[in-house]
Write a protein that binds this ligand. Structure first.
Ligand code: BGC
Length: 766
């Protein structure tokens, strides 16, 4: 089997091997922000697979499994539900069922066309008489009508005439592979089946969501009859459709599916609504539905495409990342967020991590109108109440956002992460700041974000303690972003970000006191804030301990880091990587090796607070010891490598994130894709190679051409402008197709680029 197959717009699989099936199911995933599917086959398959059909925001509560209970652990974990399976179409030739796990087959090919989000699959199989049948399948999840999916399934006998039976169905008889106690979380609630329309509605056992899938169908070819089918104690509803096909004549079944949940419909009217949608889709037909859907994807690419000339592997990879990010989140609903695996697997429970603020926000800010990124911020605002409860459970004031969540409650229970990885709070505050700085829109901050910022500042003020010895505030017993260290004191990143949160919150309040007196008075009242309290935040911020090694001139990852035996990761035997699968945990904790960007994450977030010299010293010290065993890491190091002039290494690090899933770099793509870090790939290009920064409302650029690329181009939504930036060997151009002018700063000069204007700049030689 030849894989990878490089193509600018397509992900291609040639040949079927059972042991690679989960990998291909993951990379062939589709989504439309409201639902998503792994690349499962429609027909039965007895080989290895991970079934996955996910409806946005629908989760179940799994009983926590833990060996050593600690106070403060959550009793349940909310996890993304593997929901009603709606793609199923069983296929029979006479009595014999098509199953690629058992029947001989040839010419298997699958393609995901990222331009239109269409998945196609074709192969020839032989029945037990050795007669050949050709199968062609295509499907899409509509980006235009996010509760609709359409499948077209064609079967053609090549050697003889045949009786072909197709059995399209929807089924609530599904399980989550990742459930702790192998429980089933869907209970049948209602079903309907009149032969033309079939529907199944089920309720999640302990979270009370109703989910429903309905379908209508049509068959082109010689239909010889159909009958309703009800199986699995009615949890499966379908239709057995029989067709007589002469040699070379096709049976073509089209399945029009509507799938939704009680998040968007009343439970009592859900089934009716889905039946109505499915019937409406049937009346409209494939062509019209596909045209609407493809038009939406066209618009996505128009605003968000990155074009790389001269490196097809890189081109395919960046489009794959952009495609999957758009499949996962569209900003339609402030109750939704982005799980590390999006709609492509169950691992990590599907919950929201700090990944959203550390990575994803940048992509949506740069490629969509600001309303989309704002929804991600609203999500946190809406969960502020739970974050307050979470802090109170730990005996602290203010708000502590969970490390992992579905509905605002913590869904993680490793003490060193749940209780100690409190730096996540800082990323959430930073996102409010960055959104405001990038968009210039202060309304989110002043109406909602200020509550989030103030409660986070309160948290830090109650979490610090004063060290008489150091004569400074310290933060003890934490886990920084680098999860290969636990329970350390004074993680520099955590302390520095806490300091930033405290002074940023105080500064925002001061500005509101000056400019928005009414709003300011309301905030004080609403949160019970006093100027004495915000004064204390500033006092702590001014006197927080930040570990530093004056000899090397570096920020120290944590107290005592230099006691470790320091050595570069290049001294490790590659067979020992990834470290967490080969070394004992205690050996990892004692070692100097760093899982992911930690000090450098701080240098990225607070980028303008450090000189290039400071960045270079930290980069030179930490990069050799960093293993990048979290997908969030390489992109940050890549951006910093660009800043300090390490362009070769920046490109290597970029490649590591860009093709992480397509090349199965961590051997875990089969579990699902690394969705949240896909934004990091985009960031490496825009903020790394493009050198984009926003300073005082001005877009600053410092681009260069990496690797073997001949040219690259990306779009950026910035305020009222929509910029297309093209970087070549000796210069770059910026074209503005937006509604308003944008000021660009490059080197020591600035340029205003009006609507429909284009300007070119010569690249400065480093
Ligand atoms: C990383 C975390 C990240 C999580 C989900 C972990 O491996 O260490 O920083 O939030 O994965 O992506």
């Amino acid at each position: 089997m030849a894989y990878p197959v490089y193509d600018e717009w397509k992900i291609i699989q040639e040949g079927l091997e059972s042991e690679k099936n989960r990998f291909f199911e993951s990379i062939m995933s589709q989504g439309n922000g409201m639902m998503g599917l792994r690349g499962n086959f429609e027909e039965s398959y007895s080989g290895d697979r991970l079934k996955g059909t996910y409806y946005a925001g629908v989760y179940y509560n799994d009983k926590t499994r833990v060996g050593w209970w600690k106070n403060g652990y959550p009793a349940y974990f909310s996890k993304v539900l593997n929901s009603i399976d709606f793609i199923g179409i069983r296929v029979f030739i006479g009595e014999e069922e098509l199953d690629l796990g058992r029947l001989r087959h040839e010419g298997f090919r699958r393609e995901l066309d990222m331009k239109t989000g269409l998945l196609t699959r074709s192969f020839i199989f032989r029945d037990s008489n050795s007669s050949r049948f050709e199968v062609n399948v295509c499907r899409f999840l509509s980006l235009a009508a996010p509760e609709l999916a359409v499948i077209r399934y064609r079967v053609r006998p090549l050697d003889c005439e045949a009786e072909i039976t197709l059995l399209p169905f929807v089924s609530a008889e599904v399980r989550n592979e990742d459930a702790n106690y192998d429980e089933k979380f869907l209970r049948l609630e209602a079903f309907e089946n009149d032969g033309a329309l079939c529907a199944v509605q089920a309720k999640t056992v302990n979270t009370g969501f109703s989910v429903c899938a309905a379908f209508a169908w049509e068959l082109r070819g010689v239909q010889t009859g159909y009958e309703q089918v009800s199986q699995e104690q009615d949890a499966l509803q379908g239709v057995r459709v029989c067709a007589h096909c002469g040699k070379g004549r096709e049976a073509v079944l089209t399945k029009y599916i509507a799938a939704g949940s009680s998040r968007s419909h009343e439970s009592g009217s859900l089934c009716g609504a889905m039946r109505g949608l499915a019937a409406g889709a049937h009346a409209k037909g494939w062509d019209a539905l596909f045209a609407e859907h493809a038009e939406k994807w066209r618009a996505v690419w128009e605003n968000g495409d990155v074009v790389i000339t001269g490196d097809i592997a890189a081109q395919q990879a960046i489009r794959f990342n952009i495609f999957q990010l758009n499949c996962t989140y569209t900003g339609a609903d402030s109750g939704l967020n982005i799980g590390p695996k999006g709609f492509t697997g169950e691992k990590y429970g599907g919950g929201t991590y700090w990944d959203t603020e550390a990575c994803c926000l940048y992509f949506y800010l740069g490629t969509q109108q600001s309303g989309v990124a704002r929804q991600l911020l609203m999500y946190r605002y809406l969960q502020l109440g739970k974050a307050r409860e979470n802090a109170a459970k730990l005996g602290l004031r203010g708000a502590l956002y969970p490390m992992v969540t579905m509905n605002g409650e913590e869904c993680h229970n490793e003490w060193e992460i749940t209780f100690e990885e409190i730096h996540r709070n800082a990323a959430i505050a930073h996102a409010v700041g960055y959104y405001t700085q990038y968009t210039g829109d202060r309304s989110y901050l002043e109406e909602y974000g200020i509550d989030v910022l103030a409660e986070i500042a309160r948290f830090w003020a109650s979490r610090v303690s004063y060290s008489d010895d150091k004569r400074a505030y310290v933060i003890l017993g934490v886990t920084g972003p680098n999860e290969y260290e636990n329970n350390v004191n004074n993680n520099w990143y955590t302390n520095r970000m806490a300091q930033w949160c405290l002074s940023y919150a105080a500064g925002c309040l001061r500005r509101m006191a000056r400019d928005k007196k009414m709003l300011y008075a309301q905030v004080l009242l609403r949160l019970g804030l006093t100027e004495a309290e915000t004064g204390r935040w500033e006092e702590i911020a001014g006197n927080i301990y930040l570990p530093y090694d004056a000899i090397r001139g570096i920020h120290l990852q944590q107290d005592g880091y230099l006691d470790k035996e320091l050595m570069p990761a290049s001294r490790l035997d590659p067979s020992e990587l990834p470290l967490n699968r080969h070394w004992s945990w205690d050996r990892i904790l004692r070692s100097c090796f760093i899982k992911q960007a930690d000090v450098l994450q701080g240098l990225w977030f607070l980028n303008d607070d450090f000189t290039v010299e400071e960045k270079r010293r930290d980069y030179d010290f930490y990069e050799p010891m960093t293993l990048h065993e979290s997908s969030l890491s390489a992109c940050i190091h890549s951006i910093l490598a660009c800043e300090v002039g390490e362009r070769g290494r920046a490109y290597e690090l970029y490649l590591r994130t860009a093709r992480l899933d397509l090349d199965d770099v961590n051997r875990d793509t089969g579990d699902g894709l690394h969705i949240t870090s896909m934004s990091g790939t985009w960031m490496s290009i825009v903020y790394g190679f493009g050198g984009v920064r926003v300073r005082d409302g001005v877009l600053c650029m410092n681009p260069f051409l990496p690797g073997c690329w001949r040219e690259y181009a990306f779009s950026l939504v910035f305020r009222k402008g929509l910029l297309r930036i093209t970087v070549g060997q000796s210069g770059f151009s910026v074209k503005n197709t937006g509604d308003g002018p944008v000021t660009i700063k490059y080197g020591s000069g600035t340029a205003d680029i009006g609507p429909n204007e284009q300007k070119t700049f010569c690249l400065e030689v480093l």
